[in-house]
Ligand binder design. Structure first.
Ligand code: SF4
Length: 384
């Protein structure tokens, strides 16, 4: 897929979920939020929009569904004023249950949003409360119905497994309840215990217990089976979609396409350089209001790093990577760079090559986290 993306980080939340380490700001103050949307527009005006075309605009958070539709419309209009946006571009807005109404959903669609990604996370109130999520499952059901009524025909639902206290039956019930809502896309994420979170503290103090590896693997397997049985096919380790509904936003990241990231904590990538913004609201506003880019840091990726990342991200997708894409991008063959790693993984039955594509076998997919580091520059060189 050719093209580029725009990511817009909208950081406001009502409460902080116990597992969350994202760059967020807790407020419902409309004046603070309005100042932030102005700053995002200033940042966009300062950024090089690149040649386009933009094939995905993604409002992530935070809780973007706290933003009024008029703010979303202004940002989309500003993007389309400076760079070509594909007529069929995917425009996604993340939403949390309980923060949308029929009127706001209608407003988002009129603003140009054509995909809604709803953070459901779990169907059981007990688990939602443990996560400190300020909603229940009935609000998720209402959000899906509202999206449909507003004419949004592309809906993703997010769920999480591997949470302390969650049983295999909880996960089965959640995923079953989600597929019954007939989404076009499902993201089923394993909980990551991030530093600095309330949950991590609870676990380290013994007040919460992580499910063991076997149980977590069973949860992943059952969740995938239920999704597949409902016609949602896995196309990446955590993502399932109906035919033609794989997320373009995700595909851009995994295929190393360029994107501009706007907002506090947002990352940008131009094909060689990755840069990231300040994470605090005060720092972000201060920079933009002084007419400066809010970048905190950046790194130029070496050719070896880009090659490793291309393979690493590509192999997370079920259909893997096209050898011709690699050659076109880097001017060398996959074999010339990773021949030794590929041979050893192929002998172990963990990767396969067919019809010009390299992909993980079913067994390789299960142990992906052990395999992918082999493609890092140091490991690949050690084996060649
Ligand atoms: S809603 Fe999302 S961004 Fe906000 S606190 Fe929860 S996980 Fe973090």
């Amino acid at each position: 897929m050719n093209g580029a993306g725009v990511y817009v980080h909208l950081p406001f939340c009502v409460t902080r979920c116990a597992y969350c380490d994202f760059a967020i700001h807790l407020t419902t103050d409309a004046a603070v939020q309005a100042r932030y949307y102005d700053a995002v527009l200033r940042e966009w005006a300062l950024r090089d929009p690149g040649p386009g075309p933009i094939v995905s605009i993604y409002f992530g958070g935070g809780t973007p569904s706290l933003a009024p539709p008029a703010a979303i419309a202004r940002i989309i209009a500003a993007v389309t004023e400076r760079v070509a946006v594909a007529v069929d571009a995917e425009v996604t807005l993340e939403a949390n249950p309980g923060t949308v109404s029929d009127a706001t959903l209608d407003g988002y669609r009129r603003a140009g949003v054509n995909r809604l990604s709803i953070g459901v996370q779990a169907a059981e109130s007990r688990i939602l409360q443990a996560m400190n999520r300020p909603h229940d499952f009935s609000q998720a059901v209402a959000a899906v119905a509202g999206a449909r009524a507003a004419g949004i025909d592309n809906v993703n639902l997010d769920a999480m497994y591997g949470y302390p206290g969650q049983t295999l039956t909880d996960v089965e019930r959640t995923v079953q309840a989600l597929v019954e809502l007939e989404p076009e896309h499902l993201s089923l994420y394993q909980l990551q215990l991030e530093k600095g979170t309330v949950l991590r503290r609870e676990v380290s103090r013994g007040r919460a217990v992580m499910p063991d590896e076997d149980l977590t693997a069973d949860m992943a397997e059952r969740a995938a089976q239920i999704a597949e049985a409902a016609g949602l096919h896995r196309y990446e380790v955590s993502n399932f979609a109906r035919p033609g509904r794989a997320s373009r936003h995700n595909r851009l990241y995994w295929n190393q396409a360029p994107y501009v990231g706007l907002g506090m904590g947002a990352h940008s990538f131009d094909g060689r350089r990755r840069a990231w913004n300040v994470r605090s609201l005060s720092g972000y506003l201060a920079r933009l209001e002084a007419g400066q880019l809010p970048e905190l840091g950046g790194e130029d990726l070496s050719r070896d790093e880009l090659m490793s990342e291309f393979v690493w991200l590509g192999l997370r997708q079920v259909d893997g990577i096209a050898a011709a894409d690699f050659r076109r991008r880097f001017g060398v063959t996959l074999e010339s760079r990773f021949g030794a790693v590929m041979e050893s993984l192929s002998r172990a039955g963990l990767i396969a090559a067919e019809c010009g594509r390299l992909f993980l076998s079913a067994r390789g997919f299960e142990v992906m986290n052990q395999i992918l580091p082999e493609f890092l520059p140091d490991s690949a060189e050690a084996l060649s």
